[in-house]
Design a protein around this ligand. Structure first.
Ligand code: TYD
Length: 137
């Protein structure tokens, strides 16, 4: 059977309003493909800097550009795919065991990340050779 646990863009609800639009994520509404445990966000990323550079053993994530624009480069052990995130009503779902780097941050960008695991350094694979060895198992 085809493995459906692959990266994809998830459209989030949009409440249009002349006062300004609103988007939300709510546990149990069927949009989030995991149970939410933690939210974190990166900001003030200097021009030219790169974030990420790791994979997670169990952690699954939804990345949202709540402000600005940046690229997310995903590698599954065989193929690199780049997503440009710049819409606060779209999330990029990243399953476990996908290597990612984030770059090309526009000034003022905010990357919000929703995930199914509490912070645990043991969940990180930060060595690319180790990642490749795991993917070949
Ligand atoms: P890191 O994972 O290296 O950031 P990036 O996603 O850009 O690779 O995290 C940077 C530091 O922040 C690292 O020391 C771990 C710490 N950290 C926490 O304490 N809690 C968290 O939820 C996260 C995501 C990171």
């Amino acid at each position: 059977m085809e493995n459906k646990d692959i990266p994809c863009i998830i459209e989030l609800p949009r409440i249009y309003d002349p006062r300004g639009n609103l988007t939300f994520v709510q546990e149990g509404d069927g949009r989030l493909p995991f149970e939410l445990q933690r939210v974190y966000w990166t900001y003030d990323v200097p021009a030219g800097e790169e974030r990420g550079g790791h994979a997670h053993r169990e952690g699954r994530e939804l990345l949202v550009a709540t402000g600005g624009s940046f690229n997310v480069n995903l590698f599954d052990g065989r193929t690199w795919t780049t997503y440009t995130l710049n819409r606060p009503y779209q999330g990029l779902y990243i399953p476990a065991r996908i290597w990612r780097t984030l770059d090309n941050f526009a000034s003022g960008s905010v990357c919000m990340v929703l995930t199914n695991v509490k912070y645990d350094e043991a969940d990180y694979i930060r060595d690319f050779d180790e990642y490749m060895a795991l993917q070949k198992q």
